[in-house]
Design a protein around this ligand. Structure first.
Ligand code: FES
Length: 73
């Protein structure tokens, strides 16, 4: 589904970028140009990133949910 209509970015694009190593919101903006126009998608982009990072890093016991939240914010 499209998350950022201004830049035609889907939730899959965001999840794929996390898989490829993007861990901060600023890096995601640079990579996909997401949330660089009207900004109305910012909260959803961050939520998808946080969810994907939780899924990806959850196997590592040393990474806490609050640390993941700090990465995205
Ligand atoms: S909907 Fe993402 S910048 Fe406008």
């Amino acid at each position: 589904m499209f998350v950022c209509l201004c830049k035609s970015v889907t939730d899959h694009d965001i999840r794929d970028a996390v898989d490829e190593g993007v861990t901060s919101f600023e890096a995601m903006q640079s990579r996909l140009s997401v949330s660089t126009q009207c900004g109305s998608c910012t909260c959803e982009v961050k939520a998808i990133m946080e969810d994907k990072l939780n899924q990806t890093l959850n196997v590592r016991a040393s990474v806490s949910p609050s640390h993941i939240r700090e990465l995205v914010l």
